[in-house]
Design a binder for this molecule. Structure first.
Ligand code: ADP
Ligand code: MG
Length: 389
């Protein structure tokens, strides 16, 4: 179910602004990362979900090569020519759409410009990937408008390239894949070596809380690059000492890590244990979900956070405080940091009947420690991106 109020509001705004109905409308949801942290660039596994918050994109063809793009909630408009799709330093929201359009144009050149508007309800910059949602709804709408059809992975890669080349963010493919492949009540399990994905039933007896601490610790990019370098260093070490091929940490088991870590500096060995352990937790999590064992799955989420805190060291006081509080709240099954770390959000697995009280308890526990509550949203795994008209 898409949010009909947001959808109607977009159509109303589109008519008022462009004086006609859009020819096409597409929708794409945000996403949460549920299990499998820093595993994507180690060619491992991630559990994620598309969520019940998303962005709509409406568009119609123009007679000229002029493109007119409106951010519906800001009611800001930019214009550019199809022949000059360049990133802008001001109104940077346009870059996600421009990058996606440039990617589609690389598949087949659009014949004319467009009148486009997007509007949604994903909180921006809070770990729910509003940027990927914007790319994916723009990609589906403009692809439909111009008759450019691309498969899921190609569209996800077009969005990723828009982030790299137009928005200056070197992200992996998780956000776009999750937005496209999500299904109601299901998690998406992606293998980042083959970029193959499948869904796993979560069931109606669980939903998530996303707790945004708004904490942002300095040196995020530097720290991220250092962690990545440690993973690569460890993978190169295991490639030398193990008899089977090791291309990435994905190829190393925890048992092998325990035996062969000794020649690595302790800090590097600890860093490597995190993505290796996360891969094993995702695979174990898939088995538990298949049996309907939600408490078991939740316990893996707590383990994941502990691994971040102790081994990978990408947690922080604020995230730890939310997870510690979550452990004491009735109905909470699991909690862990979600995304890069060093601040941002904690994802909590909870029985839907307890979601409301747990949200209040988490916000209060956070406020008691830090003087202001964290923002808590109730998240349900929802259907992925699609063309609506
Ligand atoms: P996240 O993807 O976690 O929400 P990012 O910083 O990657 O955070 O992307 C947020 C940016 O995406 C915003 O600052 C804005 O430029 C753009 N954006 C996404 N959705 C919208 C929207 N509905 N309206 C305006 N800008 C948007
Ligand atoms: Mg983003």
């Amino acid at each position: 179910m898409v949010n009909e109020t947001v959808h109607k509001e977009l159509l109303k705004k589109y008519r008022a602004h462009f004086g006609r109905d859009p020819e096409v409308v597409a929708y794409a949801p945000g996403r949460i990362e549920v299990l499998g942290n820093h595993t994507d660039y180690n060619e491992g596994f991630v559990f994620s979900a598309a969520i019940n918050f998303g962005t709509f994109f409406a568009a119609s063809k123009c007679e000229t090569t002029g493109c007119h793009l409106v951010a519906g909630d800001l009611m800001k408009e930019v214009s550019f020519d199809l022949q000059h799709i360049e990133a802008s330093k001001t109104d940077t929201w346009q870059n996600y759409v421009k990058g996606t359009l440039a990617g589609l144009a690389g598949v087949k050149a659009p014949s004319c410009g467009f009148d486009g508007m997007f509007f949604g309800n994903i909180p921006l910059g809070s770990g729910l990937s509003s940027s990927a949602a914007l790319e994916m709804c723009a990609g589906l709408a403009l692809g439909q408008l111009y008759g450019i059809s691309v498969d899921t992975v190609t569209l996800a890669k077009i969005g990723q390239k828009a982030e790299h080349d137009y928005a200056g963010c070197n992200c992996g493919l998780l956000d776009q894949i999750s937005s496209l492949a999500g299904q109601a009540g299901k998690l998406v399990k992606t293998d980042f070596r083959s970029v193959a994905f499948e869904t796993a039933e979560l069931g109606a007896d669980a939903c998530f809380l996303m707790c945004n601490t708004h904490a942002k610790h300095a040196l995020v990019d530097g720290a991220y690059n250092k962690l990545r370098a440690s993973c690569e260093q460890a993978a190169a070490h295991f490639a030398k000492v193990l008899r089977h091929p090791v291309k990435a940490l994905r190829d190393v088991s925890m048992a092998e890590w325990a035996i062969y870590k000794r020649d690595l500096p302790e800090a590097v060995a600890n860093r490597a244990a995190h993505p290796i352990g996360e891969d094993e937790r995702v695979l174990k999590g898939a088995e538990l979900l298949a049996k309907g064992d939600l408490p078991g799955f939740g316990a893996l989420m707590f383990d994941s956070h502990e691994s971040s805190r102790v081994l990978f060291e990408n947690s922080c006081e604020e995230l730890d405080a939310v997870v510690d509080a979550a452990k004491k709240i009735p109905g909470v099954l699991g909690a862990r940091l979600s995304g890069g770390g060093f601040g941002g959000s904690v994802v909590v697995l909870v029985h839907p009947r307890d979601a409301e009280t747990a949200s209040i308890a988490l916000a209060n526990a956070y406020a008691a420690k830090f003087g202001k509550p964290c923002d808590v949203s109730v998240i349900k795994p929802a259907a992925g991106a699609r063309v609506l008209k």
